[in-house]
Design a protein around this ligand. Structure first.
Ligand SMILES: [Cu+2]
Length: 196
């Protein structure tokens, strides 16, 4: 009798959402922080995409905060200036070309991002200011922490494209792509990036 129950249970587990933990390291095996890890289902994602964080890139302490932001394709991103000095924001990236003229404290600007890819941000006044927006087409995306780790959950078993991006990655577009088969149960992946 016990054997008869095994088949439906196994089928239920296979359909249950699972999680993939990815660790990104450099050539020496040291953790890489703020790498963006994306899992896109083969055949694309058609559902809604919501992230736990706000689609906002502030200017604070003469820096873009957060330095790397992930947003869903079609998102409008706010660029509030929280500094006492004025900033401009520009991007010459293929995924989005725009420029905001200088604006001051507690003012904000908004830009929509309809094209998937990387948007590199700068400020005309402060050359050291660098910021990045990854525009993605999947809800399964996140940034690595100080241990190089990110966990993506809610995945169903199947084929995915794993994309790892970092601004200093020595690959075309700073991206590394792999095909990944996600099975039932949690799994771990370790990705080594060559950094500049
Ligand atoms: Cu500035």
């Amino acid at each position: 009798m016990a054997f008869a129950f095994a088949v439906p249970l196994a089928a239920a587990w296979a359909a249950a959402p699972t999680a993939v933990q990815v660790q990104v390291v450099d050539e020496r095996g040291l953790p890489v922080r703020d790498a963006v890890v994306e899992l896109t289902p083969t055949g694309g994602w058609r559902g809604a995409i919501r992230f736990a964080w706000k689609p906002a890139m502030a200017q604070k302490g003469v820096a873009f905060v957060p330095g790397t932001l992930i947003v869903a394709r079609g998102s409008s991103v706010a660029f509030p200036n929280l500094d006492t000095v004025r900033h401009s924001v520009y991007s010459f990236s293929k995924a989005a070309r725009f420029e905001f003229d200088l604006y001051g404290r507690d003012q904000t600007r908004t830009q929509n991002f309809p094209i998937v890819g990387t948007v590199a941000l700068g400020c005309n006044i402060h050359d050291q200011m660098r910021g990045y927006i990854r525009v993605v087409d999947t809800p399964f995306a996140g940034k690595t922490d100080q241990n190089g780790l990110v966990s993506l959950s809610g995945l169903t078993a199947g084929g995915y494209q794993l994309t790892v991006w970092h601004p200093r990655a020595r690959t075309p577009g700073g991206e590394l792509k792999r095909v990944l088969a996600v099975g039932a149960g949690a799994s771990r992946q370790k990705i080594a990036l060559k950094l500049r």
